[in-house]
Structure formats: C-alpha cells, structure tokens
Design a protein around this ligand. Structure first.
Ligand SMILES: Cc1ncc(C[n+]2csc(CCOP(=O)(O)OP(=O)(O)O)c2C)c(N)n1
Length: 251
C-alpha cells in the first residue's frame, strides 16, 4: 500500500543536490502546491542560474532557463503573453534574486506583476563554491570572507522581505524556513497561498525560504538546520511582511 507518494508535478529524476541541502524539500512543496491546485498543465517555472539551475529536470511542468538574475523579467513576459492560461513561478537563489537580479526583483514587485516568486535564501553563493552573498550574515565565514563578513568593508546583509514591504506594489511577502516538520508545514501553506494569489489575480507574491547549505557552510546537515535557528532566524525573522488582501478584508 502506498501511503506517501511523490507529487505528480515532480519527475522521477534523481536530484543532484548535496546531502542536507533543502532545495529538494522546497521543490517538493512547490510540486505539492501545483498538484493540489490542479495547475500543472498551465504552470511555467522560470529557474535562473544557481544550484537549482537544473530544476527543469525535476519539475514535470514547463520550465524556462533564465540568465542569472533575470527570472522576474522573463516571468513577466511569459505571464503577460497569456495571463489567463499561464501560472508562472520563479525559483531563485539569494545571489540571483538579491544581487545581480535585484533590479528585476524590485521592479517586478513594484509593478505588482501577477507572478509567484520562490526565493531560496541560503546566505551564500552555493553553485559557484561558497562565495559571500548579499544575504551572508555579519561575521559569516565564506570563501570570499575567510575571516568572517566584515560589515565595515562589505556592508550589511539585505533583508528582502523587509525591503520590498516598503513598496506599495506587492501583494504578499512572507519569510519561512524548512528546518523542522512544523516549519515545513508553514512553508507549504505559504507557497500554496502564493500560487492561489496568482490564480485569484492578486499579484506579486514572494515566499522567502531560509535554507541550508551544509557543504558550503562547512557543517553537518543536522548542524546546518540548527544554524538556521541559532543564526539566521534572529537576523531574518520569520513571518508575514505583507498581505494586502488580508489587510483590506479586516478594514
Ligand atoms: C551573468 C552571470 N554572472 C555570474 C554567473 C556565475 N554564477 C552562477 S551561479 C551564481 C550564484 C548562485 O548563487 P545563488 O543565487 O545564491 O544560488 P545557490 O547556488 O546558492 O542556490 C553565480 C555568481 C553567471 N552564471 N552568470
């Protein structure tokens, strides 16, 4: 008897992610949301460069590869070409979304593009070998900050949900994590809502997922999940940063 199955929106391809990396968990949550909302046939994902560069192998829906940082611009075009029949999501790392792609991110949010953005914040450039990202924490040791991120020299991490919440445009901004069963359930609900918002025509919805990178953090998978609790969440508090419709309903 099958009691726990793979979502239909995921292929059978084995994933290439490192042991303890949470990209796989987030892929599953996105696929579950697509299954439950019955939108696989009309969903188009946009994955740019980063560890999830081969996401097109893992999702059963249509996928497009975007240049580094340009996913929100590509997604805007795909969505606007046929808004009634396309459900469009981007799947982006922190180097991608908050560094090279920051302009695309801010402008897509300001325009309230009706797309769903899945933002994987693992505080590092994973694919290229662990360089400092715009989200690396003060004091964090990376390949390009071997003595720890010095804020005098490198500035401070960018808090994407807080930053975008100052804009009038975006519909829904939330930060979640996937380092425990409880947190995975919250993340699932947020991702599903971000897709439902698009179905309802509400606009730009971004789910930031605090994620682990044991390989580049130099930790065991278990320690990496603890590090999210101990170091990342205090700097990047979890929660809903904007939910415009909910606010309007309570007025
Ligand atoms: C235009 C361009 N600049 C730089 C690169 C090199 N590059 C590939 S992935 C990457 C960073 C990826 O980090 P992130 O977006 O945080 O995703 P992760 O790999 O951690 O999941 C960089 C700088 C590139 N492919 N294209």
């Amino acid at each position: 008897m099958i009691v726990f199955d793979k979502p239909h929106a995921l292929t059978d391809a084995p994933m290439h992610y490192c042991p303890g990396c949470t990209h796989g968990i987030v892929h599953r949550l996105v696929a579950e949301a697509i299954d439950e909302l019955g939108i696989e046939g009309k969903t188009i994902g946009v994955a740019p460069v980063g560890c999830s560069v081969m996401a097109y192998n893992y999702f059963s829906c249509d996928m497009i590869e975007a240049a580094h940082g340009r996913a929100p611009a590509v997604a805007t075009g795909v969505k606007r070409a046929d808004p009634e029949n396309h459900i469009v999501f981007t799947y982006q790392g922190d180097g991608d979304l908050a560094s090279i792609g920051m302009a695309e991110t801010v402008h897509a949010a300001a325009r309230n593009e009706n797309i769903t953005v899945i933002f994987i914040n693992n505080a590092i450039y994973g694919m290229t070998g662990g360089q400092m990202a715009p989200t690396s924490l003060p004091g964090q040791v990376t390949q390009t900050s071997p003595y720890g991120r010095d804020t005098n020299h490198c500035g401070f991490p960018i808090k994407v949900c807080e930053l975008l919440s100052e804009l009038d445009g975006p519909e829904y901004l939330t930060r979640v994590t996937v380092n425990s069963v409880k947190n995975i359930k919250t993340a699932k609900a947020a991702i599903k809502k971000a897709f439902q918002n698009q179905i309802d025509g509400k606009g730009f919805s971004l789910v930031e997922v605090l994620s682990s990178c044991p390989t580049n953090w130099g930790m065991t998978p278990q320690k990496a999940l603890q590090w999210i609790d101990e170091k990342m969440i205090p700097y990047y508090p979890l929660g809903v940063y904007k939910d415009r419709s909910a606010k309007e309903e309570t007025k």
